[in-house]
Design a protein around this ligand. Structure first.
Ligand code: ARG
Length: 656
């Protein structure tokens, strides 16, 4: 049962008799912003009245009279210029609560139409350590999959691993040149990471070295421009003078930025140059960047040695990420990485050429797309295929295999242009009947307002992040115990800390508007107050502790025939919040935004529960009926929290 959908369905036939386009009118039925105006409000009468040439209040009254609402609402009130205020009947709410209570889905119906979704998420480039950015894709994608499945859709998760790219050229080159065989035999993964880091730092060194003259040249240009702008003849035209001043300021700040960049680049270069050891290494591998590309190209061309190395390394890389997924409690239906599509790429390019959709330009094969300045390159001049080519092959494969209605890509906003082009090319290719969606997300920032890094400047490894969250959660759990909370054994405290710590990290991410950058803060995400998983888990555990304290057998009470009776306004408000879970899930799926679920859990459910808890004694209720009714309300609240957190990929704990 979904209250909003039900109200819309009741108004729909009446509105259809008055307008050909009812969808926007139905959109104007919404939860009331202020309980003064009831539970829901319908605001379509004003707009519709203009169209049909009637007085809006009269029209509202007419619509209300024609709509069958008696069983679920109190007599509606027409207010102000024609607002329709709807208040649900208490007996109806009570009936819905009974139904929700008896339902394992706490009253949430599946979607009327089940669709097939492919959700492409996490998708790290293996052989490099996973970092904080991957957490966003992983937890958002996982939560969307869980929500889609819960709503009755066929959601297929596919981890499109980057398992075929330059990073393998890097470790192949590193292995051939730097491996410590004993270390590798003893523990392959750390040795491969070490090798990767050596190659990475050498490549970074040469990149920095090459970039330096260009940066210096740019600085000289800007400085000259600045001199010219500063010495421009004075003008009496105010607007012109303002423009000149602005230009001087703009150049000044560009110069400042360039100077900073040059300093940082110089530092990077000096780090190697000043170390005899590193300088020697760099001299020995002066052509490393080209060599890495060659190793990659050899792998792609099927070179036996490189292919054998790749096959040897890949399982190690997969084990690495598997460990993280296990801790995050994330699984995938499929894990078809880039390598899986390798031998399909030539056919994709041929097909584009055959259909006249791709053209040669400067030796490369390009797809020119309307509305884009640069074409999408699908084969480079040297014959190499690209990320885009693989993505096209992937779409074709997914269409053949699963015939999805939609493919969602949960990927960093920086790839926006790639996906815009990919989707345009896919349509051009003939796949017009599918929803293609880039579920884009922003950057995780540090305290300094720059992308989150550790002190040493490396992007933060995901595992270190999980460990830190868990160890801070452990402290919270210990403190709670010391402050007289539910007593937990040491081993239980550890287990609870793992759940609470991982949850905080996930919820901290999922509760953000996914398109915004957000500041990473352990303190904020583990706070016991506010919109955090810790708070939600605590609310859940608090209900369980009421049951323990009152020695309530909640399973027995559920089936005892005891009923929820709404007496106090705080009870009614909580009941309404419980019954609006379904609306929150609909909201999540409109534009794939899990933060609508966290908002619901905190702003509606948890806040109403607090209000209820403050105003309505449970174990000390006045009568046995009232006590049972309130216990059942507590139970439903806890179940919705548990289900809601479950859809975010977060577990509850019985005590904390
Ligand atoms: N491996 C890519 C990266 O780390 C993300 C892949 C996203 N999925 C896709 N089908 N392109 O940047």
């Amino acid at each position: 049962m979904n209250i909003l959908a039900l109200l819309k369905a009741r108004f729909q036939p009446v509105l259809e008799s008055m307008s050909a386009d009812v969808a926007p009118l139905l959109e104007m039925i919404r939860p009331a912003g202020d309980p003064k105006f009831g539970d829901y409000q319908a605001n379509f009468a004003m707009g519709l009245a203009k169209k049909v040439g009637k007085n809006p209040r009269d029209l509202a009254t007419e619509i209300v009279a024609a709509t069958s609402l008696e069983d679920l609402c109190e007599p509606p009130e027409v207010a102000g210029p024609g607002f329709i205020n709807l208040k649900l009947r208490d007996d109806w709410l009570q009936m819905q609560l009974s139904a929700a209570q008896a339902d394992t889905r706490v009253g949430v119906e599946k979607a009327a139409e089940s669709k097939t979704y492919i959700v492409d998420y996490s998708s790290p480039n293996v052989a490099k350590p996973m970092h904080v950015g991957h957490i966003r894709s992983t937890v958002i994608g996982d939560s969307l999959c869980r929500t889609l499945k819960f709503m009755g859709h066929n959601a297929i998760s596919d981890n499109h691993l980057g398992d075929w790219g330059t990073q393998f050229g890097m470790i192949i080159y590193g292995y051939k040149n730097f491996v410590d065989q004993d270390a590798y035999k003893a523990a392959p993964v750390p040795e491969l990471s070490r090798i990767y880091r050596v190659v990475r730092s050498l490549m970074d060194y040469f990149d920095a070295k090459n970039a330096l003259p260009k940066l210096i040249e740019k600085l000289a240009e800007r400085t000259a421009e600045y001199e010219t702008a500063k010495n421009a003849p004075e003008t009496s035209d105010k607007a012109e003078a303002k423009k000149q001043k602005k230009e001087v300021g703009r150049l000044q700040s560009q110069i400042k930025e360039l100077n900073e960049e040059i300093e940082a680049t110089k530092e990077k270069v000096a780090k190697t140059d000043d170390s005899p050891q590193l300088a020697k290494l760099a001299a020995e591998h002066a052509n490393i960047s080209t060599a890495v590309l060659q190793e990659t190209a050899k792998l792609h061309a099927g070179d036996e040695e490189n292919l054998a190395l790749w096959k040897e390394f890949l399982p190690f890389c997969e084990d690495e990420i598997k460990r993280v997924y296990e801790r995050l409690n994330v699984t995938f239906d499929h894990q078809l990485g880039e390598s899986f599509y390798h031998d399909r790429l030539a056919a994709v390019v041929e097909d584009f050429e055959k259909r006249g959709l791709a053209k040669e330009s400067e030796g490369a094969t390009c797809v020119f797309l309307e509305g884009f300045k640069a074409p999408m390159i699908i084969r480079k001049r040297d014959g190499a295929f690209l990320y885009s080519t693989t993505d096209l092959a992937t779409i074709a494969y997914r269409m053949e295999t699963w015939k999805p209605d939609a493919i969602l890509y949960v990927v960093d906003f920086r790839q926006g242009d790639h996906f815009d082009k990919l989707f345009a090319a896919t349509r051009l290719w003939g796949y017009t009947d599918i929803e293609l969606k880039h579920v884009s997300f922003g950057t995780v920032m540090g305290d300094d307002g720059k992308p989150f890094k550790t002190r040493s400047g490396d992007t933060v490894g995901l595992e270190g992040l999980l460990d830190e969250a868990v160890s801070r959660a452990y402290k919270i759990v210990q403190d709670a115990g010391a402050a007289g909370g539910d007593a937990l054994e040491e081993s239980q405290q550890k287990a609870v800390a793992e759940t609470v710590g991982i949850a905080a990290l996930k919820y901290g991410d999922l509760s953000q508007n996914r398109e915004s950058d957000y500041k990473f803060s352990y303190d904020k995400m583990l706070a016991l107050n506010g919109n955090t998983s810790t708070y939600m888990q605590y609310a859940y555990a608090r209900v369980q502790s009421i049951f323990r304290k009152g020695e309530v057998d909640i399973d027995a009470l559920r089936t005892s025939g005891a009923k929820i009776v709404l007496g106090h306004p705080a009870e009614r408000q909580l009941a309404l919040a419980i019954l609006r879970f379904s609306e929150a899930l609909d909201d999540v799926l409109v534009d794939y935004r899990p933060n609508y679920l966290t908002n619901y859990l905190f702003d509606q459910l948890a806040k109403s529960y607090s209000g209820f808890f403050e105003n309505c004694p449970v174990l000390k209720a006045e009568t046995e009926e009232q006590k049972n009714s309130r216990l059942l309300l507590c139970d439903l609240t806890a179940r919705v929290i548990q289900q809601g957190l479950g859809l975010l990929g977060i577990q509850t704990v019985e005590k904390m």
